[in-house]
Design a protein around this ligand. Structure first.
Ligand code: C5J
Length: 221
């Protein structure tokens, strides 16, 4: 079994039982002119993750391994959008309203979709999630169980929100998570650093952290 040099200690990597889980690499979060930037965020903090994710995804696909993509968003009728989530932030423009790339975080709108650099191939599951965690109100757990997946290699945005929430949910469901530090990002560099520290603290309370090049080396022949 390949071992990945990781923090807080080596990760016993079983590629055949692993899924690459790419969280919310959506146009509205990452692209200049999208919802994230409209709120005043520096999208370059997220965009630095695109190239490492692209390299990892290419190697992962080349090795014939299982990949799942997620998107945060809501039904066009907004029936699954908690009014509290819409109201929070007190922004003039919020989820469901017309935004720079269509209705904000609404399924089927251009801004809700995954960036072209990491676009899913036919056959790669895409999980549409209404919450921050990828397990909440989705069929992710069933999809992983049917494939015999026990390990998640986690990438995407943002480190302290949807990545951390999903890793915590996965941890409670018995999955081992390896988070790739160069493939996750936050609009706030200090939250990114603390988000990673929280995962690997106390002997790996939620999982492991490593750079993506070590996973690429382990799966490339
Ligand atoms: C946020 C996410 N930050 N994907 N979503 O609202 O982390």
């Amino acid at each position: 079994m390949p071992q990945i040099n990781a923090e807080p200690y080596a990760f016993d990597f079983e590629p055949a039982r692993a899924a690459l889980l790419i969280i919310d690499m959506q146009r509205d979060f990452l692209e200049p002119g999208g919802f994230g930037e409209m709120l005043g965020n520096d999208v370059s903090q997220l965009r630095r993750t695109i190239e490492p994710n692209r390299r990892l995804l290419a190697a992962w696909r080349e090795a014939g391994l299982f990949v799942i993509h997620t998107r945060e968003g809501h039904r066009p009728d907004l029936a699954d959008l908690p009014p509290e989530k819409k109201a929070r932030g007190r922004s003039k423009t919020s989820i469901g309203d017309p935004g720079p790339m269509g209705r904000i975080l609404v399924r089927g709108e251009p801004g809700h979709d995954i960036i072209p650099e990491l676009y899913p191939l036919p056959g790669e599951p895409v999980i549409d999630k209404p919450g921050k965690g990828a397990f909440y109100a989705t069929d992710l757990a069933e999809i992983l169980r049917h494939r015999g997946v026990t390990q998640l290699v986690v990438t995407g945005v943002t480190t302290e929100v949807c990545v951390n929430t999903t890793v915590r949910e996965a941890n409670d469901r018995g999955f081992n998570c390896l988070v790739l530090e160069d493939c996750v990002g936050s609009y706030f560099p200090e939250f990114h650093i603390m988000g990673l520290k929280m995962i690997k603290a106390q002997g790996g309370i939620f999982g492991w952290v490593a750079p993506s090049e070590r996973v690429i080396a382990a799966i490339s022949h």
